[in-house]
Structure formats: C-alpha cells, structure tokens
Write a protein that binds this ligand. Structure first.
Ligand code: HEC
Ligand code: HEC
Ligand code: HEC
Ligand code: HEC
Length: 453
C-alpha cells in the first residue's frame, strides 16, 4: 500500500517537474507591480553593484534603455489610435485587451496587487512571473533558484522556456496574435529570432559569466536552434487552432508568405522550390527552413522524414485537402518537431560546431531557398547570430570583410516590397567567400557539409 502511495507521489513529482511552467500571463499568482523591484537597494541602482551576484541596476536599464518599458505608451500614439478606429474596437487601443495582452503585463483583475499599474508596459513580472509568492523569499539567505521557480518565478534561464516567453508576444500564442487584419490596419509585421532579439534588447543581466547557469557559446547555439523549433511549433499551433487559423472563408493570412500576394504582377516571383506549381500561396516557412538545416546535422537519418512531413503539409494546404487533413498533418509535424526540441534541450547534440550549420544556411541560397523575403530575413538574423558565436569562440580573421557582406545582406532586406532575391544571394555569396576555409560545399576541415552540397 505504502509503496503504491510513494509510487504515485513519485509520479506526481515527476510530472510536476517535467510540466511546462505557466507563462507569466497565465500564472495563478498575484502580480505585485514593478515598483516593488525598483528601490535602489534592490534592482534600481544606477550602476551595477560590484559584489552582487546580479547587477542590481536592472530597473534602470529597463526603464531607460529597454523598449519593453515603452510598450504601453506605444498604444497611445497616433498609429495605435488609427488602428483601433480601423479595426472598429469598442475601446481605445490603450484599454483594449486585444492590444494590452502584448503591450503590458495584463493579468486578470483578481490577480492584480495594490501597486500593479497597467501603464508600466512589459514590466519585470511580464517576463519573470507574478511575484506574490517569491518577492519576499527570493532575497532570503540560502534561497535557491529552484525554490523561487517553485514559487512562481518564471525560468527565463531555460532556453525553451525563454523562447516560449518571447515568442508568446513576438509571434503570438493561443491567447494573443497579430492577425492580418491588424497588420492591414497598421500593425508592423512581426518577425523574431531569439539570438538576435536577445542581443537587441539591452541586457540587464550578466552575459559573460561562465557560472553554472550561463554556459556561453554552446548554449547560445543551442538557444538559437531551440528558438527555431519553438517558433515552428507556435506557427503550427496557431494554424491548427480553429479559432485562430481561420478568418471567415480564408485561412489566417498572417501565417502565410506575405509576398505571395503582395507583389507586382509584372514580377514573376514563382519559385519551384516547394513543388506547388505557380499561383499558390504557402505558409511562411522561414523557421521550418532553419530547422531543416538543424535536423540535417543532429539526425541525418531522420531528416528525409521531416522534409516529407513539411512538404505534405504545404501540398495539402494548396490542394483540396479537408481542414481535418491539413490540421492532422500540422499536428504530426508539430509532434516531430517536439521530439527534436526535447533532443535539443538535452544539450547541443551534434550542434557542437556553429561552422557546419552556418555553412549549410549559407548554401541554402544555392538551392533557391531565400526567394521569400521572410525566409531571407530569418536566414540573415540566424547567419549573423551564428557568425557572432563563431567569432566569439575562435576569433574570425577578416571580421571587417564579413561585416561588410552582412551589411549588404541587410540592405537587400531593407524594403520588403522591393526585395530582390538575386541581390540577397549575391551578398551571401560574398559572405561565403569571406568566411575563412569555408569554400562552397566544404566545412572548415575540408569535409563535405551535411547537405552534401
Ligand atoms: C501578439 C502580440 C501583440 C499584439 C496582440 C499586439 N501587438 Fe503591437 N507589437 C507587438 C510587438 C512584439 C511589437 C514590436 C515589433 C518589433 O519591433 O519587432 C509591436 C509593435 C507595435 C507598434 C509599433 C511600435 C513602434 O514603436 O513603432 C504599434 C503602434 C503597435 N504594436 C500597436 C498595437 C495595437 C494598437 C494593438 C492592438 C490592436 C497591438 N499592437 C497588438 C506585439 C503585439
Ligand atoms: C522581456 C523580458 C524581461 C523583462 C521585461 C525583464 N527581464 Fe529580467 N531577465 C530576462 C531574461 C531573458 C534574463 C536572462 C536569463 C536568465 O538567466 O534568467 C533576465 C535576467 C534577470 C536577472 C538576472 C537573473 C540571474 O539569476 O542572473 C535579474 C536580477 C532580472 N532579470 C531582473 C529584472 C527586473 C528587476 C526587471 C524589471 C525592471 C526585469 N528583469 C525585466 C527577461 C526580462
Ligand atoms: C508581454 C509581451 C512581450 C514579451 C513576453 C516579450 N516582448 Fe519583446 N516586445 C514586446 C512589445 C509589445 C515590444 C514593442 C515595444 C515598443 O515598440 O515600444 C517589444 C519589443 C522588443 C524589442 C525591441 C524591438 C525593436 O524593434 O527595437 C526587442 C529586442 C525585444 N522585444 C526582445 C524580446 C525578448 C528577447 C523577449 C524574451 C526574453 C521578449 N522581447 C519578450 C512584447 C513582449
Ligand atoms: C492570400 C493573400 C495574402 C497574404 C498571404 C497576405 N496578404 Fe496582406 N492583403 C491581402 C489582401 C487581399 C488585402 C486587402 C487589399 C485591399 O483592401 O485592397 C491585404 C491587405 C494588406 C495590407 C493593407 C494594405 C491596404 O491597402 O489596405 C497590409 C499592410 C498587408 N496586407 C500586409 C500583409 C503582410 C505583412 C502579410 C504577411 C504577414 C500579408 N499581408 C499576407 C492579401 C494577402
């Protein structure tokens, strides 16, 4: 009897430990408000504290430099006011949960502490989790990170959880999404790459400490790969959700390649790469394309099956397949991606080197794969993240030359409506030539790369 009880308890703890933690917005705990973190002896110092394990000027960095502190104010500007009118919202953008869900931390009214202020934008607790249960204990002697997490601190240090958190606003999730209608009303198109955006947001934490919780480059590579897998999963989740994946007669257009529709008729943009034939729209597959290169390295034997699942979904969407069938294919693909995500979470399996990955992303250009703006943009962000990692690890020689080609790639991407794949490919070819020992089709040590190209 006791044994069974123990076994049951064991199971409970085990599933508890493995369950995905709730995103801050879905936490059952009360939000206390950023002001509670802001005192100069807590996180509100003007300069970092020398002897502290954390910087202690986090609040100042966030308030002064981080766009997240302005995210609410954006809802008061003219663009937002016009959007609210165009969308026929009953309330102004600054009061509509359609907007507040991403532009502030917007917990249910019952979970707002006395000092909670909606206007503070994406504050500490929007990322670190409502602090009711951990605000007092997290500074106590001997408190561990695990104790804090058990009390509702969101584990931003874990790459999968961090990716899920950022993407919940920077792509969307079950509870919030920037639809094509919102984009047409004036919202910027969302695009995200975890590595790039982590660098873009001013760090209010130490990034170069080789402590047990921050492992440097291998982790950054793993985090990039995890970001691609999580983004692919979120795309499929929204696609498969009947409430989000459809807009009347049509699918949710924000999930598709924008320029499949938005381009001049005189420009023939049709690319045979997806095997769909001309005149078809297709899902924005930018993250899936990155994931393909990752899977080719970490599981060469399984990569054919993955590619087939992706193609099957593309084909089903543009043929007369039933909703049930396309959703089924999206779920199968999502399950496959989830298995890889678990594998990636175990460590940088087969990903120890950023060189081969970088090489295969660069080589994708040869296979006509950056014809879509979104694909090229994601490839650019990924390639620049990976190049930075490679440089950090082994010090690239001709950094100036590499930067020059990265800048050319960036300028090819400057205007989505005038994007010319050929210009982007030319810049990539220059980058390839500038990478030391990275001649086409070979890895630094002369082996053929994973794609065999
Ligand atoms: C799924 C989350 C999400 C929702 C919902 C959302 N936004 Fe945003 N919004 C963002 C993100 C993320 C950015 C920043 C994009 C970037 O820079 O990559 C942004 C940017 C903006 C910008 C441009 C900001 C600037 O500095 O130029 C405006 C304006 C804006 N949003 C208004 C709105 C309004 C109005 C609504 C409601 C109708 C809304 N947003 C709903 C996530 C969201
Ligand atoms: C947009 C999301 C976001 C917001 C907003 C945010 N943080 Fe962070 N914070 C992070 C991430 C990501 C990390 C680094 C990952 C990690 O190791 O936990 C981090 C790290 C930290 C750390 C270091 C943790 C450690 O153990 O080294 C502290 C302290 C911190 N944040 C405090 C704050 C405070 C205070 C605020 C509000 C003023 C704030 N953060 C706002 C995402 C955020
Ligand atoms: C609660 C929603 C939310 C979460 C969670 C969130 N963001 Fe944001 N983020 C926003 C919004 C909204 C903006 C736009 C703010 C503005 O324009 O003033 C933004 C802006 C940014 C910007 C500035 C973009 C630019 O164009 O300059 C970066 C970088 C960024 N976020 C990175 C991250 C990272 C990295 C994470 C995860 C650690 C994260 N964000 C988590 C909502 C969020
Ligand atoms: C299946 C085709 C299709 C796809 C895919 C698509 N759109 Fe649209 N888009 C349209 C149509 C149709 C309209 C309405 C045009 C009109 O009212 O004249 C529109 C309108 C717009 C508008 C407003 C322009 C206007 O004149 O009112 C913007 C901005 C926009 N789309 C951006 C995007 C972005 C960004 C994406 C990708 C995330 C995208 N679209 C994906 C078909 C598409």
């Amino acid at each position: 009897m006791n044994l069974i009880v123990y076994a049951l308890f064991g199971l409970l703890f085990w599933t508890g430990a493995c369950a995905e933690p709730e995103l801050p917005v879905a936490s059952p705990h009360q939000t206390v408000g950023t002001v509670n973190c802001a005192s100069s002896t807590c996180h509100g110092a003007i300069t970092p504290w020398e002897k502290s394990s954390v910087l202690q000027n986090e609040y100042t960095t966030w308030l002064r430099l981080d766009r997240h502190s302005q995210a609410y104010n954006v809802l008061l500007n003219e663009k937002s006011r016009n959007m609210a009118v165009a969308l026929g919202l009953k309330q102004p953008a600054s009061q509509s949960s359609l907007c507040l869900n991403c532009h502030t931390h917007n917990p249910p009214v019952t979970l707002r502490g006395e000092r909670f202020v909606a206007t503070e934008g994406v504050g500490c607790e929007a990322c670190h989790g409502p602090a009711e249960q951990w605000i007092a204990s997290h500074t106590a002697q001997g408190a561990t990170h695990e104790d804090n997490v058990a009390r509702g601190l969101y584990p931003t240090d874990r790459s999968v959880e961090r990716a899920r958190l950022c993407l919940s606003c920077h792509f969307g999730d079950d509870s919030r999404f920037v639809t094509h209608r919102m984009i047409a009303a004036g919202h910027p198109r969302l695009s995200f790459e975890l590595g790039t955006f982590s660098v873009l947001a001013p760090a209010h934490y130490k990034t170069d400490v080789n402590g047990p919780r921050r492992k440097g480059d291998a982790d950054a590579l793993q985090a990039w790969a995890i970001g691609q897998a999580v983004a692919s999963e979120q795309l499929l989740t929204v696609f498969a959700n009947p409430k989000q994946g459809r807009d009347g007669l049509f699918p949710e257009l924000a999930l598709f390649d924008c320029n499949a529709c938005h381009h001049r008729m005189s420009e023939k943009n049709y690319s045979p790469r997806l095997g769909l034939g001309p005149g078809r729209i297709h899902l924005n597959d930018s993250n899936l394309l990155m994931l393909r290169a990752i899977i080719a390295l970490i599981d060469p034997a399984g990569s054919g099956a993955f590619n087939n699942q992706v193609s099957a979904l593309h084909v089903a969407i543009s043929s007369n397949a039933s909703d049930q069938e396309t959703v089924g294919l999206a779920r199968t693909l999502s399950a496959t991606i989830h298995r890889y995500l678990l594998q990636l979470e175990q460590g940088p399996v087969g990903l120890a080197e950023s060189g081969p990955l970088l090489q295969s992303l660069i080589n994708e250009a040869g296979a006509d794969n950056y014809t879509d703006y979104a694909d090229a943009e994601q490839a650019y962000m990924s390639i620049s993240s990976l190049t930075a990692m490679l440089n950090h690890r082994s010090g690239l020689k001709n950094v100036a030359e590499i930067n020059r080609h990265l800048a050319l790639m960036r300028s090819a991407l400057a205007d989505q409506e005038r994007y010319k794949p050929a210009t982007f490919r030319l810049a990539l070819a220059g980058l390839r030539a500038a990478m030391p020992g990275q001649e086409a089709g070979t890895e630094p040590d002369g082996r053929r790369n994973a794609n065999g190209r």
